[in-house]
Write a protein that binds this ligand. Structure first.
Ligand SMILES: O=C(O)C(=O)C[C@]1(C(=O)O)C=C[C@@H](O)C=C1
Length: 286
């Protein structure tokens, strides 16, 4: 295995991004990074083969910072992973829920547990990642301080699980994308489901987005996500990211892409990758 055969993630050991790395690539060492940008840069510079990046969560929505980075990066999406996220409320040994005043975690995790945090009347403090918040609580050894993190983080940092399933909604799941320097398009196979992610710009003219997307509609292609970005330092939206339930090599996609080329600029196919099996339970991707 070469020294660059590692997968980069944001946070400390025990972060959900780390759990996702271990689940999808059990044989590839995971490399902890100080930020999402750092994890992505490691791949851009060839210091890591892959990055595991959270993009959205079923309870709290999109991971803000990632969507700011996606238009800037030259990386390709080569896969996706849906990780069930079961948060634990963690405290030092001997702490009790009644004695807590403050809880720290990643803003996404705080948002996913907002109802329970308010119920307990705790002050929520944003931290870089969930496991980092757990490490901080273990260093402080203060029974009034808590963290929201995984049960693995509790084990790693010697904390007590004061409450399991601390998230507000059942089925709490985070979608991760797997980024690489080069595109890796899987061969189109019968019976498999694929996602294609595309980024493009349109002009500020009436119906320009409608026209750009028209080819997907007329070719019967299912659009499953649409994100907009402001570009050029103005408040005007002109860049879009779409996820489509199709492989880029189907005839329908080729027709739709031809039409997109006609109405859009700076088209970049971020990747075609296999759809995570969880999608089948709630999206019509056939
Ligand atoms: O801090 C972590 O544990 C992360 O992996 C980050 C992150 C996120 O940004 O969404 C990942 C999954 C959970 O939804 C909460 C936090």
């Amino acid at each position: 295995m070469s020294s660059t055969t590692v997968i980069a993630y944001q946070g400390h050991e025990g972060a959900y991004s780390h759990l996702a790395c271990r689940k999808v690539f059990p044989n590839i060492p995971a490399l902890a990074c100080g930020s999402f940008v750092e994890a992505m840069e490691k791949v851009e510079r060839g210091e890591a083969a892959l990055a595991m990046i959270p993009v959205e969560n079923s309870t709290a929505g999109r991971v803000e910072e990632i969507y700011r980075q996606m238009p800037k990066t030259s990386l390709h999406i080569i896969g996706e992973h849906f990780e069930p996220v079961n948060h634990c409320l963690l405290g030092v040994k001997g702490a009790s829920i009644g004695g807590l005043t403050t809880v720290g975690s990643h803003p996404q995790a705080l948002a996913q547990c907002d109802g329970h945090i308010k119920q307990l009347g705790l002050r929520a403090v944003a931290k870089l990642d969930t496991a980092g918040a757990a490490l901080e609580v273990s260093r402080l050894q203060d029974p009034s301080q808590a963290a929201i993190a995984s049960s693995l983080a509790a084990e790693l940092y010697g904390l007590e699980v004061l409450q399991e399933n601390f998230q507000d909604m059942t089925g709490n799941t985070t979608r991760f994308i797997i980024l690489a320097r080069d595109a890796k398009v899987p061969p189109l196979e019968e019976g498999k489901h694929y996602i294609t992610s595309i980024m493009f710009n349109v002009s500020h003219l009436p119906a320009s987005l409608y026209k750009a997307l028209g080819g997907f509609a007329t070719n019967g292609i299912n659009l499953i996500k649409l994100e907009s970005y402001m570009t050029g330092g103005t408040l005007q939206v002109s860049q879009f990211h779409i996820d489509i339930a199709s492989h880029q090599d189907t005839r329908a996609m080729q027709h739709a892409m031809e039409e997109l080329t006609f109405f859009a600029r700076n088209i970049r196919v971020l990747g075609t990758y296999e759809a995570h099996p969880v999608r089948r339970s709630y999206e019509l991707i056939d």
